[in-house]
Structure formats: C-alpha cells, structure tokens
Ligand binder design. Structure first.
Ligand code: M6R
Length: 604
C-alpha cells in the first residue's frame, strides 16, 4: 500500500526521502517518486517498479541547503502503475502526495476541466493540487487556499503539499489514513505514514488525529482541527528500537495485525466498489467464459477463507463450487475439466502444496486465478489472473489480517460474478456493496471488548479441549478460530459444524470441554442455539459469541447488532482472534513465532 514521507531541513533531502521510502517498502508498491523545493525551484523524479529505479534516476542529484521535500510509494488504485500516475503530482507550481482515496474526485475533476485545467494522470490525487491552485487565485495566503481545498475533499487521505507560493513550508492534512510529524533539536521536521522512517532522525513525534491539517516551517508545527481551531501538538517520545516501533506500541505483531484489519480491509476495498457493481480492473471478464464450476484450493487459514467463499459463491453467484485441501488434491488423481476455473488462495503465494496444485491445473489446461497478498510471488507469476488482497506484510505466523482480506475479496468476487450471471438483482448487489463499505467499521477493536476477552481468557487455560462451533459460513470461521488457538496456545481445539456435534463429539461433553459457540443473529440462530443448548445440558462449559443475550452460556461475549450475517462474521472473527491471543499470552507463549511453525511453508 502507499507510503508517504516528507522532510524540511538542511540535510541531503534526497537521501532522507529515499531512506524513508525504503522503510515503507514492506507495504508493497509499484512506483515511487519525490519532489524537492530548494531555492524556489522544484526537482522531481519518478520511477516505476522498485526504489532502486528511483535511486538510479536521482544518483546525480542532491540538495545543498534548506529544502522542503515530499516522497511517495504508490500502489495503483486509480489508474495503472505508470510513471505519469506515480506521485508527487504537479499543478502549476506545487506538488502533492496522497495516501487514501478522494471519493468526490470525479465531480471536482469535471469542474476543473471545465475551467480549463489539463490533467496528466488518471489518479484521484491530481485533483488536490489543481484544486489548491484554483483556490490560491482567490485566497490571501497558501494556507487559506490549502484549508479551503481540504474542506472540499471527501474520502480518506493523508496529504503533503509543497508550493512555490510559500517556500520552506510543508502543508499537510490527515483524515482516515495514518500520518505523523517528528522534530529534533536541529529544527528539522519529518513526516511519514508510519513511525519507522523517523527512527534515528526524530526524538519527538506527534500522531495526527483525523481532521487535523496545517503546515510546518523550520520554527513551527501548526495544527488545526476539523473546526479550524488551532491546537497544540501532543508530542510523545519516539522509540529508537525499530522492531518495537514496527509493532506500533502493540505487544506482538499478531496483536497489531488484528487491530490493523480495519484499515487493511479499507485498502482491500479501495477503488473496487461502485454503487452497483464490483470493479476488478485486474481481471478480464472473459476469465469466466465457458466456466461452469469453480474449484478452490488452499492450505490452513487460506483454506478456511476458501470454504467461506464456497458458501457465498453457491448462495449468491449460483455457481457450482468445490473445495480442496492442496496437500490432498496433489495426490488423489483428481478429475480436472476445462469448464472449471481453478482458484488458489495463499497469503504468501509460496506455499509448496498450493503452488503444486496450481501447476497441475495449468498443465491440465484449466484457467487459473490466484487470490494472494504478495505481488510477484511464485503463484502470482504463474496464474493467468491475480487479485491481490492488499493486507500489507503479515509478520505474525498466525494469520489474521490475511484471512480478513481474503474473505473480503471473496465477498466482492461473489458479487462480481453475480452481476454478470444475473443471479442477484441490482438492488441486492447494491445492498451488499453498502454492507461491504461497512466492514472496516465492524473490524474496529474496542478497548471494552478487548478488556472483556482478556479477563475471561483466564478461565480457558486448561481443560481437555475446545470445540469452536458454527453453521454455514460460521463453520469455516469456527475452524479458523480453532486453528488460531491451536497454533499459539498449543491447546487442543477443533472447529465443528454446530449440527454435527450430536453425531459423536457430544460424547466428550463435560465441564472441562470448552465450547466456543458462534451464534449469529441473522443466520440459523434458532438452530444453532438448540445445538448449544444440547451441549449446555451436558455440562460443557460454554462461551457464546452473539449480539443476542444467551442465558445458557457460562461466558458471553456480545458483538454489536449488525445488519447482516457477514458483518457478524467479521465481528466474531475479531473475537476469536483476540481470545486466542490472550490465552496464548497468559500461557507465556511466543505469540508471533509459535513452536514448530513457519510463516511460509515451502516444503511438502
Ligand atoms: O501463505 P498461505 O496462505 O498459502 O499459507 C497457508 C498456511 O500455511 C497458513 O494459512 C497457516 O495455516 C497459518 N499459520 C495460519 O495461521
């Protein structure tokens, strides 16, 4: 995903910007650029591909004195990954970089074009700089023009802008995308979209809040809130330890990644939703020509996301869907017919078992699609088509945000297929797209919820086993909850369909058997409830997760009242992830690097 850096000071601005961008490389990008204003003149460089290309282009360039510079790594959303679409974007005498999405850019662009402005790129970002320059003509100062511009934008953004009309100043705004500013005793100012580029340069940092905007000069960091009221910066000391800074103050990467799900899922959705349809620019509609069946193949957590998709594809897209565990598929001499689209799902894109099945499908002449988080991975290079999940790097071995983004992609893909198959009405597709827009807010972890789970986790440190149970898409979620717990707590846990317990496992029921019951209000509530009551009657210890109070449970974790079962799915996903995390922490385990496991399993 995109990264932003900014610098105002007398050191070699180019080096500082490029080093900062390197620290953000892990987020993934497809082009990069910098713009530096020194002595009233701009120097601007852009390159597609990796930062080495930008380094090569700038190798003979350096600054000599005070300069204001901004830099950006871009992950294409609006417009292809070309040099013209790379940031910074130029107006007449100003440059801008931006993370996020300007939702009203089409209207603004239309007005600007009508007034004679020429656009070079296909990006939403370019409107910011032109709008600023339009406002500049009728404003008393660059800051007034910038404030007006920010007022006119809707959407999510972190913005840096430099302009000849106010040299030695960097203007900034933050709404929905992260950004911070740092200072040091040498009067230098640094901006970035996460703390790591600032480590070693700054002692104190201010994390901007949504709605903050303003400017920095050598002597001042001016911050205004959404209402335009000036406020004091709230500085905190910046840790000088890169590893702990990368954790953003969380105890473990897994915990950080759970909390990040709200923002990475916004990235997954970015540029892919219109009011009535899903836009996947990266896949050709003819990928589905002649296809009567979808075969989903994966391992571990990715397999659970695939299983969730199998319910959605058949229910909404009305397409026959089968599901395969990659390590099994490889050796069972499967029948592969050319009317099947073979879809592999992988966070890493390197899992050996999954990769081999992709090779088998290609060899059999099937069309292939990969849902993956890592661009340029082996699977991405091999498959006919790719949809990237945009989760950003996942460090915790126990996968969390990869799962959330995979399920989000699958939900979008369901609606994408449903549209051209006419299996859902336009109104229903629009309704579900509205729900998709709400997913990020349902993924927010509240202190209250985390605290509650932390407290009750102490009751679940022993026992002879856990059953996570659910119906329909809550069955793969139950499997995923059980896998999370197993991986990091080393306690035995199984995921089971709620209705299947009575066919055997209920024999295990006693107070030392812990049942984690997923009880969505909007999907088979009564049936699932009866299954839990059967276990409760046999004295199993029950922890129920639901929006509806449930008095047969020993513990109850309340999620919010949602409009649809898929939103309940995401809320419950957060609960099972945090429950596993807190149990593991109480047991003193290494949450991020559990024993015997590797992040990427490249062996059979
Ligand atoms: O990179 P992949 O998605 O292909 O990895 C598949 C599994 O190895 C992975 O999901 C594994 O199960 C995780 N440790 C789950 O937390």
């Amino acid at each position: 995903m995109c990264g932003i850096v900014g610098y105002l000071g007398e050191k070699n601005t180019k080096e500082i910007l490029l080093d900062g961008l390197k620290e953000l490389e892990y987020r993934g990008y497809d082009s990069a650029g910098i713009a530096v204003l020194e002595d009233g003149n701009f120097s601007n460089y852009k390159a597609i591909g990796k930062l080495v290309n930008l380094e090569e282009k700038t190798k003979n360039y350096s600054t000599k004195g005070l300069a204001a510079g901004i830099g950006h790594t871009r992950w294409a959303t609006h417009g292809k990954p070309t040099e013209i679409n790379a940031h910074p974007h130029l107006g007449e005498s100003s440059y801008v970089v931006h993370n996020g999405i300007i939702e009203n850019y089409t209207e603004l662009k239309k007005e600007l074009i009508n007034s004679g402005v020429k656009f070079l790129s296909q990006t939403d970002t370019e409107v910011i700089v032109h709008q600023f320059e339009k406002n500049l003509k009728s404003s008393k100062s660059a800051f007034e023009a910038f404030s007006k511009t920010i007022d006119e934008l809707s959407g999510a953004y972190a913005i840096l802008l430099v302009t000849k009309s106010e040299p030695n100043t960097i203007f900034y705004a933050k709404h929905g995308s992260p950004m911070l500013v740092g200072k040091n005793s040498e009067n230098e100012k640094y901006f970035a979209s996460s703390d790591t580029p600032l480590i070693g340069h700054c002692t104190d940092v201010n994390y901007f809040e949504d709605g903050d905007y303003g400017y920095v000069t050598c002597d001042e960091i001016a911050i205004f809130d959404q209402q335009g009221t000036k406020k004091e910066p709230q500085f905190s000391k910046l840790s000088q330890n890169k590893l702990s800074a990368q954790k953003d103050g969380f105890r473990f990467f897994m915990e950080k990644e759970i909390y990040e799900q709200t923002s990475v899922v916004s990235d997954t959705l970015m540029g892919r939703l219109s009011d009535e349809e899903i836009i996947f620019d990266e896949i050709d509609k003819n990928l589905f020509d002649g296809i009567n069946e979808i075969k989903l193949c994966a391992c571990g957590t990715s397999y659970h996301a695939a299983m969730t998709a199998s319910y959605l594809f058949e229910r909404y897209a009305k397409i026959k869907t089968s599901l395969e565990i990659a390590s099994e598929f490889r050796y069972r001499e499967p029948i592969m017919t050319k009317d099947t689209l073979f879809v592999v799902i992988s966070q890493s894109g390197e899992t050996a078992d999954t990769l081999e099945t992709l090779k088998m499908a290609k060899k059999a002449g099937l069309k292939t699609l990969v849902i993956c988080n890592v661009d340029n991975s082996s699977m991405v290079r091999l498959a006919d088509s790719t949809i990237l999940t945009r989760a950003g790097i996942e460090k915790g071995v126990a996968s969390t945000k990869a799962f959330a983004t995979q399920v989000t992609v699958f939900w979008m893909l369901t609606l994408y297929i449903a549209k051209f198959k006419n299996s859902l009405s336009t109104q229903e597709i629009s309704r579900q797209i509205k729900l998709l827009r709400e997913v990020p807010s349902h993924l927010k972890v509240t202190d209250e919820m985390h605290e509650r789970i932390k407290r009750l986790s102490k009751r679940y440190l022993h026992g002879h086993g856990f059953f996570f149970i659910g119906r329909d898409v809550f069955f793969p979620l139950a499997l995923e909850g059980a896998l999370k717990l197993k991986e990091i707590s080393y306690l035995h846990a199984e995921g089971y369909p709620s209705g299947e317990m009575k066919h055997g496992p209920i024999a295990l029921a006693d107070p030392e058997l812990f049942t984690i019951a997923l009880l969505p209000e909007h999907l088979h509530y009564e049936k699932s409830k009866s299954n839990v009551e059967e276990l409760s009657a046999r004295d199993s210890t029950i922890c129920a997760i639901s929006s509806k109070e449930f008095d047969k449970a020993d513990d109850f974790i309340k999620i919010s009242t949602c409009k649809d079962y898929m939103l309940e799915f995401f809320e419950m996903m957060i609960v099972v992830q945090i429950l596993s995390l807190e149990i593991s922490i109480r047991l003193g385990n290494d949450v991020d690097m559990p024993r015997n496991l590797a992040k990427s399993v490249t062996v059979e």
